[in-house]
Write a protein that binds this ligand. Structure first.
Ligand code: SF4
Ligand code: SF4
Length: 344
């Protein structure tokens, strides 16, 4: 990896040029507590001092909540026309390390059992410029080992007060720097200051979970119905936790037919394993009829299934589901509760 330095004085010009030449998506203040990632046409709208974002930006950009997969005509033959996903290059600016790790997880998921064409057509055209930031109170990504992104970005910036330490993650990232910024190669002093920033950053995580032994403890507790009833007793089955999560990928595909019953679209929409209908199958049987079944399954998917499949958890510890849950169900507390229950 290449390490460079961008002086603070050159930052505004760098970003302004990117905004002028690309579709640029970055954090904008939405209300007193929340930022949203939206298209930006003016540097003054960009606000990278954010603590909270709701729906994970990378997921929304690459895998929209609703999209048409194909169009079809039903005549004597069925004619299928595919959708042109050939979008422009976009820059996703200012996502933090755990969101880059969420993106890395989606990259693995959408290329494992099948290659998801719409996702990867967009992914190839997405330039990711990450930015280190201090964690929010609900962020426990340090405990999940996801507070630092090793890959999945083109550039990653760390604010060292008078300059940015820039990790160059791809040739495309290097080209962006060459074409749009004046940088220098990082010196020993830059590395020293970067290390200090990262040490302080890691010390600033307040929410911690004990993930050690969870892999085994989860199996031990999996059939303990009383434990799961207690954990899920307030769940409204609303699905918000899945919608905001940077790694949740479940979707439903449905037909949207015109009234002439000849033409239609196949639509893909986000789905949630926390909603009762998710487990409903033909004949009216529901294989996850209770909220404790569903919450247990969600946690297993996050904390065990993909540990087996990809060698990594499907939770990056961003804390969004904790903030989104009206019932105050808290995955971090529940991870710690598993260990406590097994140790009793
Ligand atoms: S855990 Fe919370 S956010 Fe998730 S479905 Fe239940 S009530 Fe909704
Ligand atoms: S499960 Fe919750 S904390 Fe973990 S990645 Fe998803 S939203 Fe973030």
């Amino acid at each position: 990896m290449l390490y460079k330095v961008l002086k603070k004085g050159g930052y505004k010009e760098f970003v302004t040029k990117l905004i002028a030449d690309f579709e640029f998506i970055g954090p904008v203040k939405k209300d007193s507590a929340t930022h949203d990632f939206v298209r930006i046409n003016d540097f003054s709208k960009l606000d990278t001092n954010y603590k909270r974002t709701t729906i994970a930006p990378a997921k929304r950009v690459l895998y929209p909540p609703k999209e048409t997969l194909i169009k079809y005509d039903v005549g004597e033959d069925i004619k299928i026309s595919s959708i042109n996903y050939d979008e422009n290059e976009k820059i996703l600016f200012g996502i933090d390390a755990c969101d880059v790790n969420g993106l890395n997880f989606l990259d693995k998921f959408f290329s494992s059992d099948f290659i998801d064409e719409p996702y990867f057509l967009r992914r190839k055209k997405l330039i990711v410029i990450g930015l280190d930031r201090m964690p929010s109170e609900t962020n426990f990504s340090l405990s999940m080992g996801k507070e630092y992104a090793k890959e999945g970005f083109d550039l990653f910036l760390t604010d060292l007060k008078d300059r940015y330490f820039v990790r160059v993650g791809s040739e495309k990232g290097n080209q962006i720097l060459e074409n749009y910024a004046i940088t220098s190669i990082a010196t020993d002093k830059d590395f020293k200051d970067y290390n200090k920033y990262m040490d302080d950053y890691r010390k600033s995580f307040k929410l911690k979970v004990d993930i050690n032994n969870l892999y085994d403890n989860f199996e031990q507790i999996y059939s303990n119905d009383e434990f799961w009833k207690k954990i899920a007793k307030d769940c409204y089955s609303c699905g918000s936790c899945c919608l905001v999560c940077p790694t949740c990928f479940c979707f439903n595909v449905r037909d949207d037919m015109e009234l002439n019953l000849k033409t239609g679209n196949k639509i893909r929409e986000w789905d949630s394993c926390m909603i009762p209908d998710y487990g409903l199958v033909a004949g009216g049987h529901n294989f996850r009829p209770t909220r404790e079944n569903r919450l247990k399954q969600r946690y297993r998917c996050k904390l065990k299934t993909f540990s087996d499949k990809f060698g990594t958890n499907a939770c990056v510890g961003c804390g969004r589901c904790i903030e989104a849950c009206l019932a105050k169900i808290n995955i971090a507390e529940d991870i710690n509760a598993v260990k406590k229950e097994v140790s009793l």
